[in-house]
Design a protein around this ligand. Structure first.
Ligand code: ADQ
Length: 414
């Protein structure tokens, strides 16, 4: 292989995100807003770009309108040097069906690999929050010599059924010995019985091996046609899968606290927790690392504004992230993430919550441990997140740990 291989990146962005409902009722999971100004996909794309990989195709599928618009608007690059971030909708090139799974999505888009003729393909999911230098993984991939390399990270044993669970080869730490996709039962690691080694859903592959594997998989009618469920197990069975330990990934500017932070935000609970991770005083995920910037769309809004309000309740926000275009007028915001254009009016209180774009909190309203989707209106005097039964009766989703979710455009009445 050439000293400096030609790399194509594929971002798998077609997942339905059922467990993130109702936040995915109207948008693809990678387009879900996160951390005020970002969308989930911005993290994967920022990592690729910062790693120096500037030829990127984004495979989209379900409810992809807002995702396509975001990618096209935010991530358009000068094509002068042959670089691009291109959203590619389900092609139906090889049959009248949508993508069956992530391996089928790649199979249906093989023309992109034909066009680009890469040596190596970096395949990443679009729903995780982290910083990672993929070039370090590519380096190990080339050195170790396996046609497929899977990135692994330690995760709690209790989450084993949500991940591909990896066991390293006994003699070679850079090789996968066993792999089970979302097993109902798993055993902990020898040196840490409460943890497993989980696949991060990021793969580096030799391009020819990828083409061969997804083509063979497409012919196999018993296959689930996804990377974790079909392609990875096939390589592991042949003793041909490498393992990249994310612990060794070193991103410039990361702190002891946030080095190797990675969250799968597949559920509402995990999504909420990851938002909270941004706002602690010493955040476990640091948005302010300028050596590995996180890019997103410029919203073109004025700066955030805090209005004095009334003597007994000054407009303020503490331990919170406040985006452009927000006006906090005589209301109180604590422990929350506010997206662009939200309004918080007099005598209201917003605590431990995540507000998407354009949310309006009326006077005297109280919002506690809630996620409010785009343009939600909380009427003056209304209460949310204080009485689980009441929130359920009003048709809102309430998670096991008591997070209330109000869907896009919802109205919270008094
Ligand atoms: P999941 O995330 O559950 O597990 P999957 O639903 O296949 O697996 O999603 C993987 C990625 O592919 C996501 O970014 C998703 O949006 C995208 N995707 C899914 N179907 C697609 C399709 N048809 N077209 C385009 N994109 C599609 C995976 C691995 C596990 C691993 C976890 C880590 O299978 O082994 O542990 O990721 O989060």
């Amino acid at each position: 292989m050439a000293a400096s291989p030609r790399v194509l990146a594929i971002v798998l962005a077609g997942g339905e995100g059922k467990r993130l409902m109702p936040l995915t009722a109207d948008r693809a999971k990678p387009a879900v807003p996160f951390g005020g100004i970002y969308r989930l996909i911005d993290f994967a794309l920022s990592n690729l770009v910062n790693s120096g990989y500037l030829r990127i195709v984004v495979l989209t599928q379900y409810k992809s309108h807002s995702l396509d618009r975001h990618v096209a608007k935010t991530w358009r690059m000068s094509t002068l040097l042959g670089n691009y971030v291109a959203p590619v909708p389900a092609q139906q090139r090889v049959g009248k069906h949508w993508y069956l799974g992530s391996a089928d999505a790649i199979y249906q888009s093989l023309n992109l690999i034909d066009d680009e003729r890469p040596d190596i393909v970096v395949i990443v999911g679009a729903d995780n929050i982290y910083r990672m230098d993929f070039s370090q993984m590519v380096e190990q991939h080339i050195d170790a010599g396996f046609p497929l390399t899977v990135a692994g990270i330690r995760q709690p044993l209790s989450l084993a059924d949500q991940f591909g669970v990896i066991e390293a080869d006994e003699d070679n730490p850079h090789k996968i010995g066993e792999f089970l996709e979302k097993p109902t039962e798993a055993r902990g690691l020898a040196d840490s019985p409460t943890e497993i080694l989980a696949s991060m859903g990021n793969y580096v592959m030799d391009a020819d091996a990828l083409v061969e594997a997804v083509t063979a998989d497409a012919r196999d009618e018993s296959s689930k046609h996804d990377m974790g469920g079909s392609i990875v197990p096939a390589f592991v069975k042949d003793g041909a899968a490498g393992l990249y330990d994310f612990t060794f990934n070193d991103v410039p500017g990361s702190t002891d606290r946030d080095r190797n932070y990675w969250r799968d935000v597949g559920t509402v609970e995990a999504f909420y927790e990851a938002n909270q991770d941004l706002i602690s005083v010493f955040p476990v995920f640091n948005l302010y690392n300028e050596q590995w910037p996180l890019y997103t769309g410029y919203v073109g809004l004025p700066p955030a504004k805090f209005v004095y309000g009334h003597r007994e309740r000054l407009g303020h926000a503490l331990d919170s992230i406040i985006s452009p275009g927000v006006i906090i007028s005589g209301g109180e915001v604590v422990g929350s993430v506010l997206s662009p254009g939200t309004r918080v009016n007099s005598w209201s209180s917003v605590r431990d919550s995540v507000l998407f774009d354009g949310v309006n909190i009326g006077r005297n309203a109280t919002v506690n441990r809630a996620i409010l989707d785009k343009n939600v209106v909380v009427e003056p005097g209304a209460q949310l997140g204080l009485d689980r039964e009441r929130d359920l009766e009003r048709g809102f989703t309430v998670t096991e740990s008591g997070i209330t979710v109000v869907p896009k455009g919802g109205v919270v009445r008094r």
